[in-house]
Design a protein around this ligand. Structure first.
Ligand code: 6PG
Length: 248
């Protein structure tokens, strides 16, 4: 399974969700071993939760957590202890359990009234801590992304104006039910050195096919947000289980 811009060797189909998340975990092991600092962007969603659980159970010592600067690719406009908070998910399952220094966990303050200001501040935090590449845009070592049933990723939803952002790195967006969110924009995502989509389960098979094996129907409609994730110089990987790949 491949799509224009996604090399066939960038699509990995694993026998199970567990094996897909192991691949992602091993990528973090290798990256954190490679330098004094490692920038990582976490995602929300159910498959990342499986990855976080696995990292905490099996990779506490294998990952150099003392080197990891952990950011969030998106956040819902709720307090950090809210059940919908991506920070809460990652913090409770993973970050609080692996000994990462709290100062290296960078949550989006999406509970604030002024979300535009919160987005600007988060952008500054990213700029301060993540080294910029040739275009002056910070280059994350690794960004983990999920895929929504409608083709959204991070909080970049179909037909959203935020998809056309060319300058800002972090922006305010809205989910289809009208609830505000903060999200990385495409310029920031596509500057990354490595991006891994982690997508599992039968429910995702149809949308995965639309993105990785588009037919005539997809060719005549605007590309879905996840299909616009095309790192300019970095590597793009799709980690699928057999169900999400439509091979179950
Ligand atoms: C979020 C996300 C989002 C998510 C997908 C997949 O906060 O909602 O970052 O992009 O990864 O919606 O979520 P599921 O795996 O739960 O379907």
């Amino acid at each position: 399974m491949s799509a224009p811009g996604v090399p066939a060797d960038g699509v990995h189909v694993f026998p199970s969700a567990g094996e897909a998340v192991e691949h992602a975990a091993r990528a973090l092991v290798a990256i954190s071993a490679g330098g004094a600092r490692c920038s990582l962007a976490l995602s929300g969603g159910s498959t990342p939760a499986l990855l976080y659980w696995r990292l905490a159970e099996g990779y506490r010592d294998a990952v150099r957590w003392d080197r990891v600067e952990a950011f969030f690719g998106d956040e819902r406009a709720v307090p950090p202890d809210h059940q919908d908070s991506n920070y809460r998910l990652a913090q409770s399952i993973l970050l609080s359990r692996v000994g990462i220094p709290p100062a290296q966990v960078h949550r989006m303050a999406a509970e604030e009234d002024d979300l535009e200001a919160a987005a600007r501040r988060y952008q500054e935090e990213v700029r301060r801590l993540v080294p910029a590449g040739p275009g002056g845009v910070p280059q994350f070592d690794l960004i983990w992304l999920g895929l929504g049933d409608d083709g959204h990723t991070a909080s970049l939803f179909p037909a959203s104006r935020v998809l056309e952002e060319t300058r800002r790195l972090v922006a305010v967006s809205e989910s289809p039910d009208g609830r505000p969110r903060l999200t990385f924009t495409l310029p920031l995502i596509n500057a990354a050195k490595r991006i891994q989509f982690i997508v599992t389960g039968m429910r995702k098979a149809a949308i995965v096919r639309k993105i990785l094996a588009p037919g005539p129907a997809e060719a005549s409609t605007p590309p879905l947000p996840a299909a616009r994730v095309r790192p300019r110089a970095g590597a793009l990987e799709w980690l699928l289980d057999r169900e999400a790949a439509g091979q179950a």
